[in-house]
Design a protein around this ligand. Structure first.
Ligand code: HEC
Length: 156
């Protein structure tokens, strides 16, 4: 009887541990090599600057500037840069598949935003800008929680 309850409690605890670990993904930052970390930080700072420029250009109807900056974000795609084979292996070892998926999604969105800039479509630019911002928050709240503990995950 006691053994039965013990097993039940153990199973319950095990289940709770699984749930907790699948909800809170571990930060990737401690797993990055120094080189990857500095490459990523550099990329992030230029993404940040480009997003700010896009926001201003968008609200002033400077479509060409929206397109240029969005294209620049797209072209700086860290996974597409000329990383050495070793860097690439280090990156894949450090980040889970979902992180790569988020990064890919983000860069697809930047390509669409560049397109919306070229098409002079303000409504579409606004929508895509919002989706990209959601993407920043999603990645930071899930994988950079050690550096950005204040960012909460947002639901759809
Ligand atoms: C796929 C994941 C991912 C996405 C999407 C993402 N980031 Fe980041 N970001 C990171 C990681 C990881 C770091 C921490 C890098 C480190 O410290 O090694 C970071 C750090 C940063 C930093 C700090 C850079 C520094 O100097 O240390 C800024 C600013 C930033 N991100 C802005 C953005 C903005 C703006 C967006 C969206 C437009 C965005 N990020 C989208 C993963 C992401």
């Amino acid at each position: 009887m006691t053994a039965g309850i013990g097993k039940f409690v153990a199973a319950l605890l095990f289940g709770m541990t699984l749930t907790a670990s699948s909800l809170a993904a571990e930060p990737v930052t401690p797993k990055l090599t120094d080189k990857l970390s500095s490459l990523l930080q550099k990329e992030m700072r230029s993404v940040q600057a480009a997003m700010t420029a896009i926001h201003s250009a968008m609200v002033m109807g400077q479509h060409e500037k929206v397109a240029e900056n969005a294209q620049q974000i797209h072209d700086s795609f860290i996974l597409a840069q000329s990383l050495t084979k070793q860097d690439r292996q280090d990156l894949m070892a450090a980040v889970p598949e979902d992180f790569v998926k988020l990064d890919q999604e983000f860069h697809q969105l930047s390509a669409s935003l560049a397109e919306a800039g070229r098409n002079e479509n303000t409504g579409q630019q606004h929508k895509l800008f919002g989706e990209m911002t959601r993407n920043c928050i999603q990645c930071h709240s899930t994988y950079v929680s050690d550096r950005f503990p204040g960012v909460q995950s947002i639901s759809d």
